[in-house]
Design a protein around this ligand. Structure first.
Ligand code: ADE
Ligand code: ZN
Length: 363
């Protein structure tokens, strides 16, 4: 190749010739994140309504002719300062007012999956709060089918296998929950399992024994929030009275050494949500989070985003902050990614596929 003045261009010869790497080149494990791609994980603790980003709240409000009590996005964002779980739940339920049609639920779900794919999520078990919509006059079919219509194509469109979990609001009665569960079963809703969420303290697992027995009887998988704000005894009761297969959060188990020993022995999955715990003041700062101690104790913990639109980040943001703020090692991140896959309700075949993908990911 010649330049205009007739001098042979040297070009970037190094880029063209396959020279061996210089001895000081970093080892593969030290290659920056962008080279490996994100850590492939399963997200096991995610409330789909908690993925409603401020921009989408405004877009849906406009589409549905709903007047929001905030002048603009900044005013809405200024409300995202929480003092505890209830202060968050108040805003979380209020913002659901913009979800009216099947299309709204589908758009919210599609937006989550698009973002989750960038975060490395390869399998997601997504909680939906049907009672929070029924109480606003939105039909069960609207919310369930709106979300499910997108989950049905999540693998083709986003490369993410998904399962739907119907979560029940523990501050309502068990009879109300049972009524909704029977309706879900009667309509053959595509749910893999049930969960238990909302205001924890004062609403112990014992309140929902019949609900969980019915779900088990119907062949559904079972998980429950416990030990987020509630005491360690709620974790014990969720296991003994509700026969749950996973505990959502579970961080307060660390206050009871016998319980920790049991959870380690039984390999009970704990779906931990670090940024959520900071934002809801379950811990003071990320530096105070018990996750490193939980790992050191040998607990089966995974990292999840809970309500990412409200808590400052998706699952990749949770991992990034755990690394930068508390110095979590790549080894521990990979271990938790493997825990998330093994603790999922996916088929054994899908779990093997994802574990192989994790092993080949270069992380
Ligand atoms: N619903 C949505 N997010 C929740 C959380 N972190 N705890 C209990 N209920 C919830
Ligand atoms: Zn949660």
């Amino acid at each position: 190749m010649e330049t205009n003045d007739g001098v042979a261009a040297t070009g970037d010869a190094a880029a063209d010739s396959p020279v061996p790497p210089a001895p000081e080149s970093p080892a593969f494990a030290e290659v920056p994140e962008e080279v490996h791609g994100p850590l492939p994980v399963a997200e096991l603790h995610l409330h789909i309504e908690g993925t409603l980003e401020p921009g989408l709240i405004f877009d849906l409000a406009e589409r549905n002719g709903i007047q929001l009590p905030y002048a603009d996005l900044d005013e809405l964002r200024s409300r995202y300062e929480f003092t505890d779980l209830q202060s968050f739940l108040d805003l979380y339920y209020a913002n659901m007012a913009v979800l009216r049609t099947k299309q709204d639920f589908a758009d919210m779900t599609r937006a989550y999956l698009a973002r989750a794919a960038l975060a490395g999520v390869r399998h997601a078990e997504i909680m939906l709060d049907p009672q929070a919509h029924l109480s606003r006059g939105v039909a069960l079919e609207t919310c369930v089918n709106g979300v499910a219509s997108v989950l049905a194509v999540s693998e083709e469109e986003f490369g993410i296998s998904t399962l739907l979990i119907a979560a029940f609001l523990r501050d309502l009665t068990e009879d109300a929950a049972l009524e909704v569960l029977e309706k879900l079963l009667a309509m053959n809703a595509p749910i893999a399992g049930i969960g238990l969420d909302s205001a924890e303290v004062g609403n112990p697992p014992a309140k929902f024994e019949r609900l969980f027995a019915r779900a088990k009887d119907a062949g559904l998988r079972r998980t429950a929030h416990a030990g987020e704000e509630g005491p360690p005894s709620y974790i014990i009761d969720a296991l003994d009275l509700l026969d749950v297969e996973r505990i959502d959060h579970g961080i307060r188990c660390m206050e009871d050494p016998d319980l920790v020993e049991r959870l380690v022995q039984e390999l009970t999955p704990l779906t931990v949500c670090p940024l959520s715990n900071v934002r809801l003041r379950a811990v003071d700062t990320l530096a105070d989070h018990p996750l490193p101690a939980m790992l050191a104790a040998g607990l089966n913990v995974s990292v999840n985003s809970d309500d990412p639109a409200y808590f400052g980040g998706y699952v990749d943001d949770n991992f990034a902050q755990l690394k930068s703020v508390i110095g979590l090692s790549e080894f521990d991140c990979v271990r938790m990614a493997a825990n998330s896959i093994r603790s999922s309700f996916a088929s054994e075949e899908r779990k093997s596929e994802l574990l192989a993908e994790l092993a080949a990911s270069g992380h």
